[in-house]
Design a protein around this ligand. Sequence first.
Ligand SMILES: [Zn+2]
Length: 88
Amino acid sequence: MCALIERHPGKFESESCITKVAYDWLIDGMADEYGSTEEGTPDIFYGPFTDATSDNPICDECLAEILSAKEIRLWESNDGFVTTEVIE
Ligand SMILES: [Zn+2]
């Protein structure tokens, strides 16, 4: 587990800081496609994410992962937990 997310328990519990970063993008209206919590479809962000991390604290491990990602999918459950899947 990356170090940063340990400071974000609850909503992002046991997720990497990529989840926190992607959720911040979602709040900022930066998703390329919006999903539906009720239908269980994800919000989708398309890479490359080469300059997307400049405003976000992110650990080296997650930075390497996000830089090689083609797509990030984010799901928010009905009880408010957020998970992501990174597509490389
Ligand atoms: Zn991390």
